[in-house]
Design a protein around this ligand. Structure first.
Ligand SMILES: [Zn+2]
Length: 141
């Protein structure tokens, strides 16, 4: 009897394990365009920092330092150009929605939400300040 229960439990656990398969999980989001280039850039900046540090500790001769730095900077320029190309391409095809900042609600940044006279802030644009009653400059009509 106990054996039967154990078998049933094991079967249940196995069923659970096999039911939740990796392919059932939501797919990973594709990386944004140029993500690998951003990464490359970060690494190059790291290398430059390390190089500067080593130079400052006197481990490198002026010549080695200049040579290594020129190599890194050339690579950086190349990656930067490639990155701009990729982003421009993504933008042209309308995929770089990411680059466009999300629209803020008007209440966030609009002129007329903060009174220029007393500084009171309001959720929406007003013609007249609710605190001091003076007209709000640049208020939405
Ligand atoms: Zn006011």
């Amino acid at each position: 009897m106990i054996f039967a229960i154990a078998v049933a439990l094991t079967a249940g656990v196995l069923a659970f394990v096999f039911l939740v398969r990796p392919q059932d999980l939501p797919p990973e989001e594709p990386p944004p365009p140029g993500a690998h280039l951003e990464e490359r850039k970060a690494i190059l900046y790291d290398n430059l920092r390390d190089l500067n540090f080593e130079y400052s500790t006197g481990k490198l001769s002026d010549e080695d330092y200049a040579k290594a730095k020129a190599t890194l900077q050339a690579e950086l320029e190349r990656v930067q150009a490639e990155l701009e190309r990729v982003l421009a391409q993504a933008g042209a095809s309308g995929k770089a929605v990411r680059a466009v900042p999300a629209q803020k609600p008007a209440s966030e940044a609009g002129a007329g939400t903060a009174c220029p006279h007393c500084g009171a802030k309001f959720d929406r644009p007003l013609k007249f300040c609710g605190e001091c009653g003076r007209p709000m400059a640049g208020g939405a009509s």
